[in-house]
Design a protein around this ligand. Structure first.
Ligand code: HEM
Length: 163
């Protein structure tokens, strides 16, 4: 069975059909997907703006970032769970959709960018408060993250029009 055939099969399973045909389940899941945006991407945007020195710059950075990351993890768990549930209801349509594929690519790049930031810069964050701000590499990660998140949201919105 090819991946496309598997997606078609998934979309027509009893579970997927039940969600898609329910008067309240699909809107509830989609609403939760959208409501989790400020908790996930919103928190990351605040962190990125602080790293770039544009906004939210007062006070020591380490606790500020750690607190926001804790909340954003909850938001991302909701985004991925609800996103997965939405996906199975339209997996066949999503398979060939350029915006869905771009969204997944952006999410992959975001994962790599976040992992690089965690490994290279996060352990030394406490020193930045006395050193006059984050290094150029950390600022690059923040700017790249902002661009990619805009891409994820634009693709998410656009593909929803096309399904
Ligand atoms: C944190 C990452 C994510 C963000 C920021 C995001 C953002 C969005 C946005 C803005 C929409 C448009 C909602 C609307 O206007 O109706 C959307 C829809 C959608 N998302 Fe996500 N999403 C994320 C993760 C995921 C994941 C991981 C999946 C699946 C694997 C997914 C699957 C979907 C699907 C299938 C829709 C279309 C729902 C419909 O038919 O209306 N999303 N997403």
């Amino acid at each position: 069975m090819s991946l496309f055939e598997w997606c078609q099969w998934l979309q027509h399973t009893h579970f997927a059909t039940m969600i898609a045909e329910s008067d309240w389940l699909f809107p509830l899941i989609e609403g939760s997907h959208i409501l989790a945006l400020p908790l996930s991407v919103g928190m990351v945007v605040i962190i990125d703006l602080r790293l770039l020195g544009i906004a939210f710059c007062g006070g020591p950075g380490t606790n500020f970032v750690r607190n926001l990351m804790r909340w954003s993890s909850i938001g991302f768990a909701v985004m991925f769970l609800t996103g997965g549930l939405l996906l199975i209801t339209q997996a066949g349509k999503a398979y060939g959709n350029a915006f869905f594929r771009s969204k997944l690519l952006f999410l992959l790049l975001l994962g790599i960018n976040a992992a690089a930031y965690q490994k290279l810069f996060y352990p030394r964050m406490a020193q930045w408060d006395s050193a006059g701000g984050p290094p150029a590499g950390a600022k690059f990660c923040a700017a790249f993250s902002l661009v990619l998140w805009i891409g994820v949201i634009v693709c998410g919105r656009t593909m929803a029009y096309q399904f």
